[in-house]
Design a protein around this ligand. Structure first.
Ligand code: AMP
Length: 215
């Protein structure tokens, strides 16, 4: 199964993508995670990307498209993937279609996670990430057992620099301007299923499973 998860930052795409990847044997491909790893490793691409990410702007299409295409061409994506955070612009969506078509493939479905903007600001402010293993927590919906410590590896939990309120609002503006056209792009191609991404993580999971069995 080849899926795209679309929705504003903090809609819960990553949480659900990780769970679905395990449940269905798919590979989660999150361009934000790849970019953050490259920045932490100090690669040229990573450092260039960081300057955009820190202010909530999008990394240029040609950089992200190259990264996504390279990642999708690896063996672990052959049986299927969940793209989380890509495509975020119409040129990215077109490039993805073209790359898949070259391999005789197409997307099965695009799931849109619908959540209102004030909820997004609240959720991003509550998000904590493990500095060691990358596990994501949320002090509201999924707190760690011990404050500030990762349940899995005991690493330090930190808030992402781009989850500060001003940056979240900037990311939302960028999202409205660039990513809403992507939603329309897939709706026009009858690929889009919308789910309400509000409520408990478990409730959203059930809506997602339902959406995946009923198109
Ligand atoms: P995320 O982890 O998906 O919230 O992404 C964090 C940041 O990485 C975004 O605010 C962008 O700066 C950058 N980024 C991730 N994916 C993309 C993409 N598909 N296109 C452009 N920038 C991206």
């Amino acid at each position: 199964m080849r899926l795209v998860f679309l929705g504003p930052p903090g809609a819960g795409k990553g949480t659900q993508a990780k769970r679905l990847a395990v449940a269905r044997g798919l590979t989660q491909v999150a361009t934000g995670d790849i970019l953050r790893e490259s920045a932490a490793a100090g690669t040229a691409v990573g450092l260039e990307a960081k300057s955009f990410m820190d202010r909530g702007a999008l990394v240029p299409d040609e950089v992200v498209i190259r990264i996504a295409e390279e990642r999708l061409s690896r063996a672990d994506c052959r049986e299927g993937f969940i793209l989380d955070g890509f495509p975020r612009t119409r040129p990215q969506a077109e490039a993805l279609d073209m790359a898949l078509r070259r391999g005789g493939l197409s997307l099965d479905r695009v799931i849109y996670f619908d959540v209102d903007e004030e909820e997004v600001v609240r959720r991003n402010g509550a998000r904590l990430t493990c500095t060691r293993c990358g596990e994501v927590y949320n002090t509201l919906a999924r707190p760690p057992r011990l404050a500030g410590r990762c349940d899995k590896c005991s690493g330090d939990l930190k808030r992402r620099a781009d989850d500060e309120e001003a940056t979240v609002r900037a990311r939302l503006k960028v999202y409205r301007e660039n990513t809403d056209p992507v939603r329309k792009y897939y709706a026009q191609r009858a690929k889009l299923t919308e789910i309400q991404a509000v409520g408990e993580i478990e409730e959203i999971w059930h809506r997602l499973e339902e959406a995946l069995t009923s198109w």
